[in-house]
Design a protein around this ligand. Structure first.
Ligand SMILES: CC(C)(COP(=O)(O)OP(=O)(O)OC[C@H]1O[C@@H](n2cnc3c(N)ncnc32)[C@H](O)[C@@H]1OP(=O)(O)O)[C@@H](O)C(=O)NCCC(=O)NCCS
Length: 161
């Protein structure tokens, strides 16, 4: 992978096709195009970033920011681009972005079976803070709730210094 071709930036309307492609390839219950459109155009709490490789959107992540707390809504990398640290770069950018927005704590839900994503989040200091039983209605899987404190977080600090 040529890292010169990589860019992480705010999500725009022109990204919707690429986002929907990654979304369908990444989740058993994908969000609709309308959901993403609404996030970008109507939801004042929503903040989204995309990973661009050349001309293509190969990943994205989003969060809802409410006062000093951010709730991660989704994180996904195109299957053909996984394992190249793009998820890691994206999470780092999200955390720095959140900090710039005044966020102190981030939270998210992750499927109990999704060990890959859990590993990624743990790398950034997220820890388990509870369980939502049967949260995922497609298979009634439990969600693990994870939290991280952005104050004194080494990933946020190393980026801004
Ligand atoms: C989770 C996801 C975003 C990771 O993206 P990625 O670019 O492949 O991940 P990276 O290459 O940046 O790896 C970062 C870390 O993630 C974890 N990870 C990534 N791939 C892994 C694998 N195959 N097995 C175990 N852990 C893995 C590791 O902790 C890794 O760090 P390490 O290599 O130092 O151990 C990607 O797998 C994805 O899009 N999955 C489908 C959607 C999804 O599950 N999203 C999360 C919803 S909560």
């Amino acid at each position: 992978m040529n890292t010169d071709q990589l860019k992480i930036r705010r999500m725009e309307l022109k990204d919707l096709d690429g986002i929907c492609e990654v979304e369908v390839l990444s989740f058993s219950v994908p969000w609709s195009r309308e959901s993403f459109l609404n996030e970008i155009t109507n939801n004042l709490f929503a903040r989204y970033l995309v990973v661009e490789y050349g001309e293509n959107v190969v990943g994205y992540a989003g969060m809802w920011v409410v006062i000093d707390e951010a709730h991660i809504t989704n994180v996904a990398i195109h299957p053909e681009f996984r394992g190249h640290r793009l998820g890691e770069r994206l999470m780092k950018e999200m955390m720095v972005f959140a900090r710039q927005e005044g966020v102190e704590h981030m939270t998210l839900e992750v499927r109990a079976s999704n060990k890959i994503a859990q590993n990624l989040y743990r790398k950034f200091g997220f820890t388990e803070g509870g369980l939502r039983r049967g949260y995922y209605t497609d298979n009634m899987e439990d969600a693990i709730i994870m939290w991280v404190n952005l104050n004194d977080n080494e990933y946020v600090e190393s980026k801004s210094s």
